[in-house]
Design a protein around this ligand. Structure first.
Ligand code: SF4
Ligand code: SF4
Length: 107
């Protein structure tokens, strides 16, 4: 049986995944949490290892495969799958983490 590499919910580039943990690629380059390649323009996250429009780097980093986060999120006592939350909720959550300085390199 082969595992799927596509996820049903689109990625909104909120950055929650990268602000929460460092990925294997960054680790393999010797980086430590928080990821030094993560940056934000407004609410949109960018990975400094991805060369925009370069198919190989996009494929390698899993760009365009959908939201891969498997986490339970609770709102008003209701449990949701993080990946299926609306983009604005994901972005608000990341805004709050960023305000607290969580997951960002001190520059
Ligand atoms: S910003 Fe890039 S290098 Fe850093 S954790 Fe995210 S995907 Fe990995
Ligand atoms: S939508 Fe999911 S995969 Fe995309 S940046 Fe946010 S947490 Fe990461």
């Amino acid at each position: 049986m082969s595992m799927t590499s596509e996820y049903p919910n689109p990625c909104c580039r909120c950055g929650f995944c990268c602000i929460s943990a460092i990925c294997p690629v960054a680790k393999s380059l010797g980086a430590e949490y928080p990821c030094p390649y993560l940056s934000f323009e407004g609410d949109i996250s960018t990975c400094g290892l991805v060369i925009p429009g370069t198919e190989k780097s996009m494929e390698f980093m899993g760009i365009g495969k959908g939201c891969c986060i498997k986490a339970r999120a609770f709102k008003n006592g209701i449990e949701n799958d993080f990946a299926s939350l609306p983009s604005e909720i994901k972005q608000k959550l990341v805004q709050s983490l960023r305000k607290q300085g969580i997951g960002l390199e001190r520059r």
